[in-house]
Design a protein around this ligand. Structure first.
Ligand SMILES: Cc1ncc(COP(=O)(O)O)c(C=O)c1O
Length: 414
């Protein structure tokens, strides 16, 4: 592995056709990564490659079907490396995180009894709240809510022990907030939940492009993400401990596979997307340079990404203090940058989030506004009916110049 190669976003950016977009003679600034990242040429080529090769449905005794099975197996192995799962059949593909979570919630709810309890958090995206609320409602299960601290927007894990008891069946928790960027100590949360006999599901959709995932170290029971948040196509990927995927009853048609992972995959997968998933994982691994296993490369690449993104966060937070009337939500303490992703929810006094995002958009700076489905976060902050916040989200392909550009634009808005 080439540990000496400095992290160079400008050379990486050249691999992303979309990042070359110009608006009024200036390069567009993509600060909408938390809503979905752009993809490198290798991902585009892999998807075109599958479609051009001639594909077929899986499981047939002829070339194009065998090719499809090869593509699927390769994607499972790639995601096994990405999550550090024990075996490829712990990896389940689906349309997106939300659909997979609804399937899982349905299956888990079959094992619950009236009077059982589950825990969801106010820091989560609604895709990791509503499926559980609905499942709980269907079978008379009590829902407990884990709060976050509205000052630094981090989860109150100190309150978790009080919520857990022998009736708790599940903790559904976010690895990182897609609204305010706070990272949760999910390993600690998992230990606490397991000590009480509860299962743990982690939503890693927002965390995945920013840090290394290791399901074996976390010891979580389930974890889900979506490849379009980390430079791949629109496909959801569920990890589950093999024994659980095997033992639980999935909703499936006859005679779909009885064993994981196929047992959990409904209908026909987007095989071209699976080709893209492998390419996305390979892209992230390639950031580390040559040599070593793919997992070793991913470990190294994620360290480089994390270090660089912390520098972006620092530059943004320092600059933000100079912009009049700009308020940044979440962790702003420079000593705590390891506890956040470079995703910032901000407001400008006297302006709606929508008008800020619109004005930035007119200048070719792409940011989201509103609640971005972090409905519980905005409700807790009292902002749900106020139009929410502006979300400025950096990923590793953003540059210091882009940080400066958005800060300058914010300063000039009023
Ligand atoms: C933290 C988080 N969880 C879940 C989701 C839902 O993911 P998907 O679009 O794959 O259903 C998102 C999407 O923005 C997200 O940011």
């Amino acid at each position: 592995m080439n540990n000496l190669s400095p992290f160079d976003p400008n050379s990486l950016r050249l691999q992303f056709p979309a990042l070359q977009l110009e608006i009024d003679g200036r390069t567009a600034v993509y600060l909408d990564g938390p809503g979905g990242t752009q993809v490198p040429q290798s991902v585009i080529d892999a998807m075109i490659g599958y479609l051009s090769h001639g594909g077929s449905n899986s499981g047939g005794p002829f070339l194009t079907s065998q090719y499809t099975d090869h593509i699927t197996n390769a994607a499972r192995t790639a995601m096994m490396d990405f999550y550090n799962a024990r075996r490829p059949d712990e990896i389940v593909f689906g349309q997106n995180m939300t659909s997979l979570n609804f399937s899982l919630s349905r299956a888990l709810a079959r094992t619950w009894q009236p009077g059982d309890e589950i825990i969801v958090t106010r820091l989560d995206h609604d895709a990791n709240i509503s499926p559980w609320l609905l499942a709980a409602q269907d079978c008379g299960v009590i829902v407990r809510w884990l709060d976050f601290d509205p000052v630094d927007c981090t989860l109150r894990l100190d309150l978790l022990t009080d919520l857990l008891n022998e009736k708790t069946r599940l903790l559904a928790i976010t690895y990182a907030s897609n609204a305010v960027g706070s990272i949760t100590n999910v390993q600690h949360a998992t230990e606490l939940a397991h000590a009480a006999g509860a299962m743990v599901l982690i939503d890693s959709v927002h965390y995945a492009p920013h840090g290394l995932i290791d399901v074996q170290a976390l010891d979580c029971d389930f974890l889900i993400s979506s490849a379009y948040k980390y430079f791949g196509p629109h496909t959801g990927i569920l990890y589950g401990k093999y024994e659980l995927l095997d033992a639980l009853t999935a909703y499936k048609v006859r005679p779909a596979p009885a064993k994981p992972a196929g047992k959990w995959e409904t209908g026909t997968q987007s095989f071209e997307s699976l080709a893209g998933v492998t390419a996305a994982v390979d892209y992230v691994a390639s950031i580390a340079g040559e040599g070593g296993t793919r997992r070793e490369q991913l470990v190294q690449a994620m360290q480089q990404i994390k270090t660089y993104e912390m520098a972006l966060s620092q530059r943004f937070l320092l600059g933000a203090t100079q912009v009049a009337d700009l308020r940044v939500f979440g962790i702003t303490d420079m000593e705590r940058l390891t506890e956040r992703t470079p995703t910032f929810a901000v407001s400008i006094d006297g302006m709606t989030a929508e008008s800020v995002a619109t004005r930035l958009g007119e200048q070719g700076i792409f940011v989201w506004h509103g609640h971005y489905y972090a409905v519980a976060v905005m409700a807790r902050l009292g902002l749900l009916d106020e139009g929410g916040l502006v979300r400025i989200g950096f990923v590793h392909y953003n540059t210091f110049d882009e940080v400066d550009r958005v800060l300058e634009a914010l300063a000039q808005l009023r």
